[in-house]
Design a protein. Structure first.
Ligand SMILES: [Zn+2]
Length: 617
């Protein structure tokens, strides 16, 4: 065919026409017609040069990505299913073989441009037919190929770009992390999916990890489909079902003993049987019916136990053991609820059902108070205390101060809770705080008295008076702090900001994260033996944590438990986090003081092992 094309005899015109000619030749190139599933193993190369192979759970998805009789394909898959790579290979096919206009939307511009230029580019570079394809335009969010194909990446936050888009393939990734803001002109995903050129070859693909039950976009889209899932068959009883991490059992601390239980007959399934069953599985609808060839929206759900690819050998000989180890790690994480949520979202590829707000009752906390060998911690500390901090809440007629001891295993001991009466504008009030702050505690393992090493004072109000107090006491570890306005702010992250001259240091505290930890930890029940759970909060049975705080016996605990929480989506990160709110007119100073003392401990970030060693000397 190229030999039939005649060039102008004028050399300069020839040069001018070179690019246009190349484009024309690329467009005219006659290709053997291959389906994606046949083309990919022949043409796509992994970055290490080996040919691409579909995994069992990818094959049906790959067939349906280019099935012209489906309206859309929705994929809820575990982390490690190879979704990104599969879509990358499909992009290469759409561009090289079909010459289509391909669009990818991710929650923001940076994500999509990084994906195109790092992940996708790796596949393209390793694949000879892609590497040899000419480009007439190559910028971070846009690639125009000389065969007429185009690749566009847009962030869900770029409404203007989305409006101008004209594509044949509409791929939206991480749709559960797309945040809606008050300035939005409606649903971002809906806007993007209207940008099709309306031809027969139009394809709509959506993927995401699910987020919270009831708020998950990928769940909502999946429910509009034929709802297919990866079904396996028990070799003992013939029961056909889907794998789920809730079918796993293992000896605590021994993820290498993990196995599965068949929900049909109760038979133990070991790793080699799991692998065999997973590989022989198939997608069926939730009603166990075979997939229809078209005329509908297709949805796939696949959890991690269907995995047949690589795994990390560190936890035992198989992938099953790795999953058990990950689950154990989530249970032991500093914020276990958050870690379990991530596990459910990324391993089971399911949305997470929020626990009905969980916090203990004031009465039960009062009953859990401990009788220490010495009821007054100033006279003798519990031996586990290795560092002491203080949190101060400022009210118009008093300061409230809590002193907290910290030890290994994130355990803490509430040591003192005092109300210091007087106006924050009066020096006398602050003198009282100095007297309390400079008191020292006697530790049973050392003759050295233990001081309060760091104090955080809330500077939300009476800011000038608070800076006046903290400024000259910087070297004694006294700092101003304020709660962060950002929902997902970590408990303690940023460097302090300098306020005024000479500067007072102001720390930003992630109050929601701190309260989430405190409420989770207050729920722990004391163990029968000596091993307290990680993060256990010890409260002494003395007057300060009873009758003298809050007026009645459980008053202190009612303040500590004053706030209610709900899950909210952070507009900055798209993550769901617990948001705390204090009902109007309810006292919550005890909780605030604990939050500030916890942030002060986090700021110190000491090496408890070394402190413990030195104490014994
Ligand atoms: Zn069975």
């Amino acid at each position: 065919m190229p030999s039939d094309i005649q060039l102008s005899s004028a050399p300069f015109i020839e040069r001018l026409n070179q690019a246009a000619l190349q484009t024309a030749m690329d467009r005219l190139r006659v290709k053997p017609h291959l389906d994606f599933i046949d083309w990919a193993p022949l043409n796509i190369r992994n970055p290490d040069g080996t040919p691409f192979r579909f995994r069992p759970t990818q094959l049906q998805v790959a067939k349906d990505l280019f099935n012209p009789n489906l309206y859309s394909v929705t994929l809820k898959a575990y982390s490690g299913m190879g979704k990104t790579y599969l879509i990358g290979a499909a992009f290469a096919y759409a561009i090289e073989q079909l010459g289509l206009l391909v669009g990818a939307m991710m929650p923001n511009k940076v994500l999509v441009e990084d994906w195109i230029n790092d992940e996708l580019q790796k596949v393209f570079d390793a694949t000879p037919v892609m590497a040899s394809l000419g480009l007439s335009r190559d910028i971070r969010g846009q690639k125009l190929f000389t065969n007429g194909a185009e690749l566009h990446g847009v962030g869900a936050n770029s409404s203007g770009l989305i409006r101008r888009l004209q594509v044949d393939v509409m791929f939206s990734d991480e749709i559960d992390a797309i945040t809606q803001t008050s300035t939005d002109e409606g649903d971002k995903l809906g806007q993007f999916e209207k940008r099709g050129r309306g031809r027969k070859k139009q394809h709509m693909w959506r993927t995401s990890y699910p987020s919270m039950k009831g708020a998950s976009k990928i769940d909502a889209k999946y429910y509009e489909t034929d709802r297919c899932a990866w079904f396996v068959v028990c070799s003992e009883c013939g029961h056909q079902y889907t794998f789920h991490t809730s079918q796993m059992i293992w000896t605590p601390g021994r993820p290498d003993t993990a196995h599965l239980i068949c929900p049909g007959c109760g038979t133990k399934i070991d790793e080699s049987q799991r692998l065999q069953m997973a590989g022989a599985g198939q997608y069926l609808t939730r009603k166990k019916e075979p997939l229809k060839p078209g005329g509908l929206h297709r949805g796939f759900h696949v959890g991690c136990l269907a995995h047949t690819g690589d795994h990390n050998n560190a936890y035992g000989e198989g992938f099953l053991h790795e999953v058990a180890a990950e689950r154990e790690a989530a249970d032991k994480a500093e914020n276990p609820e958050k870690s379990k949520r991530v596990f459910v979202n990324t391993m089971d590829a399911e949305s997470y059902a929020e626990d009905v707000e969980s916090k203990p009752e004031a009465d039960s906390l009062y009953d859990k108070r401990e009788v220490w060998s010495e009821p007054d911690p100033f006279v003798e500390l519990p031996p586990g205390v290795l560092m002491i901090t203080m949190g101060v809440d400022v009210q118009k007629d008093r300061l409230e101060a809590m002193i907290v001891g910290w030890g290994a295993n994130s355990e803490s001991w509430l040591l003192s809770y005092r109300s210091l009466h007087g106006s924050p504008q009066s020096q006398k009030t602050w003198n009282q705080l100095d007297r309390l702050r400079l008191k020292k505690f006697k530790h049973p393992l050392t003759s050295q008295p233990m001081p309060v090493v760091c104090v955080f004072v809330d500077s939300g109000h009476w800011t000038t008076d608070i800076y006046q107090y903290t400024r000259p006491r910087l070297r004694q570890g006294v700092f101003a702090c304020k709660g962060s306005r950002t929902l997902s702010c970590p408990l303690m992250s940023n460097k302090p900001t300098k306020q005024g001259r000479p500067p007072a240091l102001l720390y930003e505290v992630g109050t929601h994260e701190a309260k989430d930890l405190i409420y989770q930890r207050l729920e722990f029940t004391p163990p029968a033996g000596k091993d307290f759970p990680m993060g256990y909060i010890h409260i002494p049975a003395n007057e300060e944590f009873g009758e003298t705080a809050g007026g009645e016996a459980t008053g202190f605990f009612e303040m500590l438990l004053a706030e209610d929480s709900q899950m909210k989506r952070c507009t900055k990160t798209g993550e769901f986090v617990r948001f705390f709110d204090c009902p109007k007119g309810t006292r919550n100073e005890a909780l605030d003081c604990f939050v500030y003392a916890m942030a002060a401990a986090r700021k110190m970030n000491p090496n408890f092992e070394r402190i413990a060693e030195n104490l014994g000397k």
